[in-house]
Structures are given as C-alpha cells and as structure tokens.
Ligand binder design. Structure first.
Ligand code: ATP
Length: 355
C-alpha cells in the first residue's frame, strides 16, 4: 500500500507563503507528478509529506492514516534528491546497500536486492566504482538504485534528472516509467519540466505560488487547462493567448482581427477574453475560410521535424506549427486557418477557462 493525501497544507517562510492550501491525492501505485515553476512550493510539499517540514496548518495522510505529526523514519518513504548525496568513499555497491545495512538485512539478501536493482538500472558494471569514478548520469542512477533497493511505502523524487544532459534525461524518463511499471510502487515526482511531467505522469498537479491550479491526467491538463496560466505553462511551443471580446456571433480581437465565436466558452458581450490557440490547432493550409486570420510572417523557427512560424496578427504574435519545408521572409502576407473546435477561451480578468 502507498497512498498519500494532503489536505490544506499551509507553510509560510517569513512573508513568503510557500504553501497556500495544498490538497492532493496520490493513489496507491500511481506515478504522480507535481509540476510548477521555480519557487512554486514543490520541494516544500515533498518535505512536508516526508515529515521534514513543520507545517502551519493541514494534514498529511499515508494509507488513510493521519501522519501529520509522525516521525520522518516512521513514514517509511524513500526520497531521491537532485543532488545525489552519495557517500564519496563508498563503492556503488556499498552506497546502494546502505539503506539495507541500516536495517540489518542479512548479507545474502543485500546482495540479491542490490543485484536486482542494479540490473533494473543497467549499472551492474559500476558496482566497484566510487562516485569520483562515475559520470553525473551514473551517479544519478546509483542514487536512484539506493532509493529503489528498499520497498518503502512510496518514493518521493525531487527533480532527480535535473543534473543530467538532455540526451540522458530523455533516456531516464523512459527508464523511470519502465521501472515504475516493473516495481509497481507509488512514485511522487516533482519537476519544473513540463515535458517530463507530460511524458511520465499518470496524474499531474500543477502548482503555482503554493496553490494547486489543476489536477488531472497530462492529457486533461493539456487539452482542458483550468486557466490561462496552466495553458501557457504546459505545451511547447507556448499557446498563443490573444486578447479579444465577444460581439454577437463573433470574437473581435483587440488587435483588429475577428473570428466566428467558438461553440464553447459562454461569455457575455463585451467581456474581456483571451482566445487560446495552440500551434497545432492553427495552420497555414487553407482549411476553413470561415475561421481564418490574416497576418504577416514575423519569424521562422525550424525544429527539424516541423517549423514553428510566428505570424503577426494585428498587434499579437500567433505561433503556427507548419511543415519543415515552409519558407518565407518577414513581412510576407499569410492567412492562418483556425480550428475553432479546439480553441480555448479564458476570462481575461480571472484567467479562468470558460466552458
Ligand atoms: P524549485 O523548483 O526552485 O526547487 P520549488 O517549487 O521546489 O522551487 P520551494 O523550494 O518549495 O519551491 O520554495 C517555495 C518558496 O518558499 C520559495 O519562494 C522559497 O524561496 C521559499 N522557501 C523554501 N524554503 C525556505 C526556507 N527554508 N527559508 C525561507 N524560504 C524558503
């Protein structure tokens, strides 16, 4: 068993409200990601769950039982940090074995478990090396192995891939999902990298300034963002948010453009809105003349498998995903087709999604 739930966590450091009513439910066996920018309160949430932070208010439940005041060791959680925190003088084997030795596990059992977890992480060849003889990525794997060698109630991981180069980070994402599947435990994982969250999570909680903005599957968060901030934080290229207002059957942009009003998004006439368009939901191919915007080419960003075209529409810049072969010069006139069924509307004042 390994469910974790928090209710109304609050924590202030001086005048910084690090946690402002954080409530999350991490189901047993899930890969749950807390996603948010630097300073959002992710580490503080994890530390509170681990019992390393004294809370101003709120409760932490582990497997349904109140653990708010429980000793960190009694919570039976394994934590992996972005700094590897390996013992420098010990070999990889001894580093990985240390949590088992601390629990006075018999030697044969230790060897069996360390062999098992090092095979899982493909680090069998490193067992006799000390940290100074390993690369950053290898140390990171050893640190992970040391957490995984036990069978705790849950694994808490604080940006464990941050120090790896991009290629290794991408590999480790796949590895971690594989490891999660084969071990079957609860993973609570903290990151500021939305790609990491989107690719690994069963469920993601998006955190900003100590407040949970939305909880859902990566798909829900991407396709039905609760507010314009979540819409902009999740997705690359960033969603374009165009200020506008509803006028009868049309949306009229502050920059002078106009489009038919999308079916979703109940808004009163004149209400200040943001129209959210993802780059893949707009196109330079003429698809539907009824939902088209005229603009001019502002910049091209070739990305290999596609090119992102920045199109200036009135006073705004709209990002459009296009074929890699697209060409043009700044100032060229373009028409952008808009898939209105996939458009998002937000209240410009509160940022909340209108459904
Ligand atoms: P990062 O991604 O940069 O690690 P985070 O989302 O994990 O950020 P936290 O480390 O939880 O954020 O910090 C939340 C807020 O609380 C920040 O504004 C931070 O400066 C502040 N904070 C955290 N720990 C302390 C502390 N011990 N003393 C003072 N302020 C703190």
């Amino acid at each position: 068993m390994g469910s974790i739930s928090t209710q109304g966590l609050r924590k202030a450091f001086g005048d910084v409200q690090a946690l402002d009513d954080v409530t999350i439910d991490v189901p047993d066996g899930s890969f749950f990601v807390i996603l948010g920018p630097s300073g959002a309160g992710k580490t503080t949430t994890l530390r509170a769950i681990a019992g390393l932070e004294r809370l101003d208010a709120g409760t932490v439940r582990l497997d349904g039982l109140d653990a708010t005041k429980a000793d960190p060791a009694a919570r039976d959680l394994a934590m992996v940090f972005q700094s590897y925190a390996l013992y420098p003088k010990r070999t990889a084997f001894d580093n990985i074995a240390s949590p088992l030795r601390a629990r006075r596990t018999p030697a044969a059992e230790i060897t069996r478990r360390v062999d098992e977890v090092s095979a899982l992480l493909h680090i069998e060849k490193l067992m006799k090396r000390r940290p100074a003889q390993m690369s950053g990525g290898e140390m990171q794997r050893v640190a992970l192995a040391r957490a995984l060698v036990r069978s705790p109630r849950a694994f808490l991981m604080d940006e464990p891939l941050t120090n790896l180069d991009l290629k290794l980070r991408v590999e480790m994402r796949t590895e971690l999902t594989r490891i999660h599947r084969s071990l079957g435990g609860t993973f609570l994982y903290v990151t500021n990298d939305q790609v990491e969250a989107m690719s690994m999570a069963d469920q993601v909680a998006v955190l900003k300034e100590g407040r949970v903005q939305q909880v859902g599957t990566p798909r829900e968060v991407y396709e039905r963002p609760a507010n314009s901030w979540v819409a902009a934080f999740v997705g690359n290229p960033r969603i374009s948010l165009l200020p506008c207002r509803a006028e009868g059957t049309r949306l009229v942009g502050d920059g002078g453009w106009s489009l038919p009003r999308p079916r979703t998004g109940a808004a009163g006439d004149g209400q200040p809105l943001l129209l959210g368009l993802r780059a893949e939901d707009v196109s330079l191919d003429r698809r539907d003349a009824a939902a088209a915007l005229d603009g001019e080419l502002y910049a091209l960003e070739p990305l290999g498998d596609r090119t992102v075209v920045d199109v200036r529409v009135g006073s705004e810049v709209l990002k459009v995903k296009a074929r890699p072969s697209v060409t043009g010069r700044p100032g060229d006139r373009l028409t952008v087709s808009v898939d209105l069924d996939r458009a998002h509307l937000f209240d410009a004042g509160t940022g909340l999604a209108l459904t």
